[in-house]
Design a protein around this ligand. Structure first.
Ligand code: OOG
Ligand code: MG
Length: 263
């Protein structure tokens, strides 16, 4: 049975308080086993409303679990989407103390800048045509749930797909000028390579993440409204991030994204 409006509001408030305090909470489905994926998206939307009420703006969407490596890492098997807001936004080179976090992890991604409305079933060509630019990106995820793993799809969706911060890279190119089919991605932590992959690992081709996002939005009666940043999802597993860490991602032909997590 779908959750009531009061339950949705209570769950959104619980997760928003946890996020703002940097405090982990039990996963929602522990005490509410009947929570559905649709409930998860309703809780996510209610959580975004709380961020808007606090003065943030919506910047776009993130896709999650678009690579096999990520799906295996968390034991879940379908792509999900969350909302990117202004409070999450960082530009390369990002230097930040990252206040109020729990157990952050970093992911190698690419970001698309969408400038035309995309609604319903779209082709990869239509998605590319709606895209003004693409850049390397890092995502810092920070699940609000105890132990990070072992959550269910309704839980992680309710928690806005663990969204915490994202860093846009130093170079933005028109998508026609980059070969995104199989560009190598190398992520270094304090100078050592910790994750290596290819843009191919992201939905077969990262633009397919935009196609899949449009389908997910359509199933909820929504469209991809411009201007929007879309994170395509991590190409590799997420790597734990400690205070003092320096991270650098380079994507072949597409520049770098970097972050110093100040101690
Ligand atoms: C869920 C978010 C996944 C990605 O890029 O696949 C994600 C999680 O792993 O906590 O952001
Ligand atoms: Mg991600």
């Amino acid at each position: 049975m779908a959750a009531t409006g009061d339950e949705i509001t209570a769950c959104a408030k619980l997760l928003d308080d946890a996020r703002r305090a940097g405090r982990e909470v039990e996963r929602l489905t522990r005490t509410r086993p009947g929570l559905t994926l649709a409930d998860g998206y309703r809780i996510q939307a209610a959580g975004v409303e709380l961020r808007l009420a606090a003065g943030e703006k919506i910047l776009g969407w993130k896709m999650g679990l678009t690579s096999q490596a990520k799906r295996q890492q968390v034991g879940l098997d379908s792509p999900i989407c969350g909302v990117l807001t202004s409070g999450m936004f960082l530009l390369t080179p990002a230097e930040t103390r990252l206040p109020e976090h729990i157990h952050p992890k970093i992911e190698p991604e690419v970001a698309f800048f969408i400038e035309r409305r995309l609604a319903g079933r779209v082709t990869p060509e239509e998605a590319l045509a709606a895209c003004r630019g693409v850049s390397a990106a890092l995502e810092i995820i920070d699940s609000r749930f105890v132990d990070f793993q072992y959550f269910s799809l309704p839980d992680v969706v309710a928690d806005n797909c663990s969204a915490y911060r994202f860093v846009l890279g130093d170079t933005r190119l028109p998508p026609g000028e980059v070969d995104l089919a199989d560009a190598s991605m190398v992520m270094e932590l304090d100078g050592a390579v910790v994750a290596e992959g290819s843009t191919r690992a992201i939905s077969g081709h990262p633009i397919n993440s935009v196609v899949d996002l449009c389908a997910l939005l359509h199933s909820r009666g929504l469209a991809l409204e411009p201007p929007a940043i879309v994170l395509a999802g991590a190409a590799t597993q997420a790597i734990a991030l400690q205070r003092g860490a320096k991270v650098r991602l380079s994507v072949a032909g597409l520049g770098t994204a970097s972050l110093s997590f100040l101690a």
